[in-house]
Ligand binder design. Sequence first.
Ligand code: URA
Ligand code: SF4
Length: 273
Amino acid sequence: MTPQRAQLLARMGLAPLWRLRQAPDDDAAERAVEAEEASDAAESPVHDMAPDAGAAAPAAAMTLPAVAFDTSVAPMPEPKPAPDADDGSAWERLEREIRDCTACPLHRQRHQAVPGIGDRHPRWLVVGEGPGAEEDRRGEPFVGPAGQLLDAMLAAVGLSRQQGAFIANSVKCRPPGNRTPETDEIASCFPYLRRQVRLLAPRLIVAVGRPAAQALLNQPVRIADVRGRTFEFEGIPVIVTYHPAYLLRNPHDKGKAWEDLCRARALTRAAGP
Ligand code: URA
Ligand code: SF4
């Protein structure tokens, strides 16, 4: 194992567990790690994100090691369910309004708006930036390579868009050419995100990337400055981490994102089962 890799695993508190789970003898474990290092991004991103996850293990069966990070943040109180939290017609109304919305210039070039998808009683609400070309075509968020990595990140903590997670964006319509959404576009779209938060009443909101963080913290931010902290939106804890598209371009920061996910998981654990 390279010293760099050893350092990463050690920092993540995963090294001994990796050995334990991969193989009974250290040599075989070493080979498993080398094999993973040798593989490129085309390999299972779950494996990439969670080095302790056995390559052959189905995502649902995956378990995580005890988290070694400092989780000294005070446990968050259970957010109160919104009065209309179970109201299917409120969802229908909201999604129809989003699909028909012309409140900002982004409506002009969209094929369709992308309201969001996932478990309507989620533990986590994940907020991304905005739909890309494929999302705009399919009407579903995070369907490209960044989406695959996001799914892998969620699977590594036992969540999926079917169960435990809802995925939305800071703007619901595709910014032309996949540019970053403007501050006033994020502001125009924000009431929809707020309504989603109220309907979903998640235990935690994970903002991935700057526009999502800007929307929820109501200020421009640098990810490096706000990661590792816990914010709050309407009584719900908010954490910020790197966008999966950024992580695909900067894989050396995956360890930090993994740390963030572990901290997020510890926060939601603290809030109850
Ligand atoms: N797809 C989305 O829906 N949002 C992003 O931020 C990136 C890709
Ligand atoms: Fe409306 Fe949001 Fe689409 Fe702008 S991005 S048109 S505010 S739904």
